[in-house]
Design a protein around this ligand. Sequence first.
Ligand code: PMP
Length: 378
Amino acid sequence: MIYLDYSATTPINDEVLDTYVKVSKNFIGNANSIHSLGTKSRELLESATNQISSLLKIKPCEVIYTSGATESNNLALKGIASFYKNRGRHIITTKLEHSSVSETLKYLETLGYEISYVELDKNGLINIQNLKSLIRDDTILVSICYVNSELGIKQNINEIAKILKQYPKLIFHVDGTQALGKIDVDLSNIDLFSFSAHKFFGPKGIGCLIKKENIKLTPLFHGGKSDSIYRSGTPALPLIVSLSKALRIALNNLDNKYNHVKKLNEIIINNFKSNKNIVINSNDECIPHIINISLNNIKPETFIHAMEEEQIFISTKSACSNINDVSSTLAALKKSEKISSTSIRISISHLTTLEEVMEFLKIFNEKIEYLNNLKRGN
Ligand code: PMP
């Protein structure tokens, strides 16, 4: 099997899975119980939170555990919109967001919030002058995806964050789900930051919303205090400890892992460039982990299943989107409907080997040839 869908999810790291099993077996107490089993669990919870906060250079009280980035994004956007509604009802975002942001904002629109979309250049980078010009007295929130999940477009978040700091009443939310564990992230000028553990070899079903201490939120779930007043429920200790371990492992040797992925990306892109049947949608602003293409004359689902017959797993634009939909990212970049509705995403990681890439390319080229011949009736 050759797995090339790491942006949809990653396999759990063995050491992380081991931690999950050990914590599940050995820490049975509820971290909120006052007996000794509860205290033992509470201490482990606090040490995991301390580790996450030191890795991300934030305070422990700024970590809110969620079920994943979808919940983190919902909590951030709905929570801010509700808490600061008397300050204003205007929110700025982009057309490159994951559905857990874009659909949440559409929902807020139905409640009377106004959403503005910042202009993008041809590669999908935010036009900073336009962003500044959209800011009004009633703007409460700017929400921007660090790395877009379909093409891998990476925004200049540090530069944007510094500019937005000049507007003290404005809250800056970053969806960092496709960035954390792949590139260096600096949260110092970001108010809210969402991520999921399963994108960096952690377990599925756990994520975080990092919320700076001075920011307030209306919670989505009401109930007991749990480990944060912003998210009730018994702390998912095995998942939390696994997340902290996965994060530590993911951030270790980040540069070497990145360079490995970049080298493999170059091999794939160079091969694709020489094939006239392939349109490369990813550009120089994209992280090397994601390669998005469209195929002339071949339906993406036909191609993906043809690759699957050879045990090679690639994806349509994004696992969270409907296969027949037009890619909102490609549409935002003003690509034709044909390109926007036929994209394929190949996503690689530091675990991808050169041998896998060579085998993938060989079969990829053979399948294109075969499917084109079928079409021509040869
Ligand atoms: N944001 C981005 C950019 C994503 O890629 C994803 C997952 N594809 C999410 C949010 C949602 O993450 P999850 O499915 O883990 O809730």
